[in-house]
Design a protein around this ligand. Sequence first.
Ligand code: DOR
Ligand code: ZN
Length: 337
Amino acid sequence: MARILRLPRPDDFHLHLRQGESLTAYARREALSFGRALVMPNTVPPIASAASIGAYRASILSAAAPGALEPLMSFKLLPGMGAKTVFECAAAGAVAGKYYPAGATTNSADGLASPGQAAEALAAMEEAGLVLCVHGEDPAAPVLEREEAFLPTMDRILGRYPKLKVVLEHVSTRAALDFVRANARDGRLAATVTAHHLLCTLEDLMGGPLRPALHCKPPLRSAADRDALREAVLSGEPFLFFGTDSAPHPAAAKKSAKVPAGVYSSPVALPALAGLFDGAGRLDALSGFVAARGAAFYGLPPPEGSVELVEEEWEVPEEIDGALAFLGGTRLRWRLK
Ligand code: DOR
Ligand code: ZN
């Protein structure tokens, strides 16, 4: 008999749903695995006001089947953003504000050159109890050093806003992990980890033919960094929880001469994680990572409902929903039931 794995319905604390027609497929796909998703605001134009939060939430809710996916909304911090806008976003239901260093990644040219550019907004977030989500890369540094180069800025933010809850998104290096570990003691700093940074390295991206499906920011890393992340997640370190950073781009763009960063992992993230945790003999640690610690950090109720996976081999299609799928063409041991 094939083994069945039943989990509390997981939460995805970092998701890109995009806009327009493609949003429907991405939202429905996400709902097959996750009950709640923190939706990133780097659309064009950005989600940066109460009105845009309301409209974006409505379009997500109408895309997925009723009750299938609860979007947790975020807004993008823009230079000069005032306290009033932040309080309005909070009143409109936002749970987080996102710090994108200007130019660090997709649709971030309008981001921040320094935390000082959003000082009033950050103070207002601290007052309103909103979580600050940070894309922790310094675009001025060489590409493989950007995450570590941003850590002093993280330190400044933590020091300047002592009550602000902060998530360092998609940690990818041992240096960032150690930083979070050292600063997480009072429960106000946590980090999300993606499936792709846990499962793949730079070798997978470019050790053979270049695989554009794996190009992302922050980039995939060495086996040593990946193993540090694995060890921390598999041992259930309390300040780490799951965010897919699923970031689909149309397949044609991924096959072009200028490949955009983003891994479409939402369709396979849970089966891939089940394989990783099972292979390490730590299936027991999976639910804490995907369905408990994130909600607790955000002060949300524990997930309702459940999801089941079955141990049954399948091959991931190269393309799903018009995007190149994470792990496309590879065989996984677990599948969504
Ligand atoms: O690889 C990435 N893609 N990293 C990000 O930070 C943004 C995302 C996107 O929106 O495509
Ligand atoms: Zn992202």
